[in-house]
Design a protein around this ligand. Structure first.
Ligand code: XIL
Length: 334
């Protein structure tokens, strides 16, 4: 079959994948060209990797990905400008190792966002501006982070403003996971509503889509898309994978009953879950403007070492030999 995912979904939304520069030079490159028309940098554009010292930028890995996208006529999503993880060591401290003031931190955020967004202006159509600032716990609102403890909530609106000033044409997203859990969904909705009311330039919500063969339910998935689309925002699934283990965000150890193999039962459940997800997304094609998978194939997924190490996962549509799985055929034959 000469058609790829992107061809089957041409009438719906772009199909994307998160990549490293290495994967674009490996055996995956051909598969990526065939199936995808959008790319995200898995790590290369995060603040730590791209801005390792104040004022010094490591552009080469990010450029390699942007160039691949351009050469192959693909769209490019930017990920991510402000996050609590993968931040550079210098960011929150001054030369003496003392925590910086809010003013200094916001200045640094502005310099960073301006530099990165300007470099890729016209080449990146959508940015995950702020990532994962809402807490998972229903008794809290914002996540505890250096950003939050130094600036309070102000850094969130500022990040969107800085990005918009640097590229007024880019679509700006708030991105998070666990967005089908009712409490977190409400908190995200509340924060985003407040941003919109203040006139902050925000255009979309990224549902990361780190899902599993057990969750979310169709009902919760539809509910999340409805709720965010009702704000007039575009919805994109930005980091899709379907873990063969239940989602337990705080887990740190493998469980003894986990087989580490892709069992027929997992396979069957995964086919059903992928089928449900894409049926729903096709249904919402006016609101859902992009879907991006987080990694290419089961040969390597970030879930192989998260949330626990030494537990193989099989969350994607292509197997360890880069061949389409049964779930792939379920997704494309509709
Ligand atoms: C992950 C990458 O896939 C890993 O390679 C890296 O070690 C950690 O970050 N949510 C996000 C992504 O927004 O940036 C994360 O990517 C996965 C969870």
């Amino acid at each position: 079959d000469n058609k790829g995912l992107k061809d089957y979904y041409a009438g719906y939304f772009p199909m994307g994948v998160a990549v490293s520069p290495q994967v674009l030079k490996g055996p995956e490159a051909e598969l990526i060209r065939k199936h995808f028309n959008s790319l995200t940098a898995e790590n290369a554009m995060k603040m730590g990797p791209i801005h390792p010292e104040e004022g010094r930028y490591n552009w080469a890995p990010a450029d390699a990905i942007v160039n691949f996208a351009q050469e192959n006529g693909m769209r490019m999503r930017g990920h991510t400008l402000c996050w609590h993880n993968q931040t550079p060591d210098w960011l929150f401290v001054d030369k003496d190792g003392k925590t910086v003031s809010k003013e200094v931190l916001l200045q640094r955020l502005k310099a960073h966002i301006t530099e990165v967004v300007t470099r890729y202006k016209g080449k990146i159509y959508a940015w995950d501006v702020v990532n994962e600032v809402i807490d998972d716990n229903d008794s809290k609102f914002y996540r505890d982070s250096k950003w939050y403890s130094i600036c309070g909530e102000d850094f969130i609106a500022k990040a969107f403003q800085y990005a918009h000033e640097a590229d007024p044409d880019a679509l700006l997203f708030y991105n998070d996971y666990n967005t089908e859990s009712p409490g977190k969904r409400d908190r995200i909705h509340q924060m985003v509503t407040a941003l919109i009311d203040k006139g902050v330039p925000i255009h979309g919500i990224g549902l990361q889509g780190h899902w599993s063969i057990y969750e979310p339910s169709e009902r919760e998935l539809r509910f999340s898309i409805d709720k965010f689309a009702a704000l007039g925002l575009k919805v994109q699934i930005t980091e899709l994978d379907v873990s063969v283990y239940p989602l337990e965000h705080s887990r740190r150890e493998p469980r003894p009953d986990e087989p580490n193999k892709f069992t027929p039962e997992m396979e069957q459940k995964q086919i059903t879950q992928y089928g449900m997800i894409f049926r729903v997304l096709r249904n919402y094609k006016d609101s859902v403007t992009g879907v991006t998978f987080w990694n290419v194939s089961d040969k390597h997924s970030w879930l192989d070492s998260f949330p626990v190490r030494d537990r193989k996962n099989y969350p994607l549509l292509f197997d360890q030999n880069l061949q389409p799985k049964k779930a792939y055929w379920k997704v494309v034959k509709f």
